[in-house]
Write a new protein. Structure first.
Length: 416
């Protein structure tokens, strides 16, 4: 029993390191997942683990998805790319197993949330310092925007991390508005404005849309539930006012917004050769899927088959850049056929149904954010996306009630 308690403590420390490290330097998650796996193997107690695995529907979907990917290697010609894809998606296999020992207390769940917020704030401050340094060297204001602001993390993925931080802060504030002090409200409010403006400066188009969705929900809740419409107006003035100032002092945000608008309305074939428009990429991907709807083309051959389709359609830019489908559901159908597509949908539908039943708003906001991101990005194709989704999704699924309790100010004395 003492040995089991030690392994449980080690797992908590490692999981804390994982959620802190993800927004700071996500490649370090590989090492932490290896350590979690070793702790899982050393802890024994296999009968209890098997019972928990049997009871976890979401874990079986993750494992099924990975099994389908493995079967796809049999029809893959480009084995090296196929093996690399399997390595990237290894969290689909590892995360459900290491989570079998996870039975964190409410206090531990709250600590994990704080660590993720802390890691995000550390990374934001670090990135701002680096951008200030680059600005002093170059005098270029663009160092404060887009990829030059997020440095070694793609701005789209980083915006998803920060939007999750925003969701935690907004949900905490709205849930505890009556209980917490004015000082605490001001601190959390300032953090919300800071994170929201930072997300806007990343200029990840879908990240900005998700930001507005989360803020709309939070401000509507404050106005309707707590009758604090003046507070909502102050938030709107601060966030939109600061973002408007950013638009006025630099032309990069305006160009990104104009490009987004053009992408939405672009439909003429005259620009297709130089286009990386999402809808054009989706149409090309669906052209390949139509011929391989049952089994897909195999993970290793996905990009190769897409490039052939791009060439056939005269999509020179997409072929040159070897772009993927930029939609996770379409990418799964392309790589693994109908079974991969079903597994992808279930990864969202199962936890969403659980969250609706128990009214877990934070999990719904997480699924909304990541699901929206998956509409315009093949998010499972990168370590930054797959590790974040698998670990956070399973953490929510295995601790649904405790996550709700961890957000409540009057739950400080919970230990189970």
């Amino acid at each position: 029993m003492l040995q089991q308690a030690k392994h449980a403590q080690i797992q908590f420390y490692l999981f804390g390191a994982l959620v802190f490290a993800l927004p700071v330097y996500y490649p370090s998650s590989s090492l932490i997942l290896i350590l979690l796996t070793l702790n899982f193997l050393a802890s024994g107690n296999w009968a209890e683990k098997w019972a928990r695995l049997v009871a976890s529907k979401l874990s079986w979907v993750f494992l099924f998805y990975y099994f389908v990917l493995m079967l796809g290697l049999a029809i893959t010609d480009n084995k090296s790319v196929g093996y690399f894809d399997m390595e990237t998606k290894l969290p689909l296999l590892v995360a459900p197993l290491v989570m079998l020992k996870t039975r964190f207390t409410v206090i531990q769940m709250r600590t994990l949330g704080k660590l993720f917020i802390a890691g995000s704030l550390v990374s934001m401050l670090l990135f701002l310092i680096l951008s200030v340094y680059n600005f002093l060297l170059s005098g270029d204001y663009n160092t404060f925007f887009y990829a030059k602001l997020s440095h070694w993390i793609h701005p789209g993925y980083y915006s998803i991390y920060l939007n999750f931080v925003l969701a935690i802060l907004v949900r905490y504030l709205t849930l505890n508005w009556v209980e917490i002090s004015t000082q605490k409200k001001l601190i959390i409010g300032a953090l919300i404005v800071f994170v929201a403006v930072f997300v806007f400066m990343l200029l990840a188009k879908v990240g900005v849309l998700i930001l507005f969705g989360i803020m709309f929900w939070g401000l509507a809740y404050l106005t309707i539930k707590h009758k604090r419409w003046k507070v909502s107006v102050v938030f709107l003035i601060l966030i939109f006012g600061l973002n408007t100032m950013i638009l006025l002092v630099n032309d990069l945000p305006k160009r990104r917004l104009e490009a987004f608008y053009t992408e939405l309305i672009q439909s003429d074939n005259s620009s297709i050769a130089n286009s990386s428009n999402r809808s054009v990429l989706w149409q090309a991907s669906l052209g390949v899927i139509e011929k391989n709807w049952l089994t897909g083309v195999g993970a290793g051959d996905g990009i190769d088959e897409l490039v052939k389709e791009y060439d056939r359609r005269g999509m020179e830019k997409a072929a040159r850049k070897r772009l993927n489908s930029h939609n996770q559901l379409i990418q799964s159908l392309l790589d693994s056929g109908i079974f991969g597509g079903i597994a992808t949908l279930l990864l969202f539908l199962i936890p969403a149904w659980q969250s609706v039943k128990i009214k877990n708003t934070l999990n719904l906001m997480f699924l909304f954010s990541f699901g929206t991101f998956c509409i315009i990005e093949s998010a499972f194709e990168t370590q930054a996306g797959i590790v974040f989704f698998t670990c956070i999704s399973l953490l929510f699924y295995e601790h649904p009630i405790k996550i709700k309790d961890a957000l409540k100010e009057n739950k400080d004395n919970f230990t189970t």
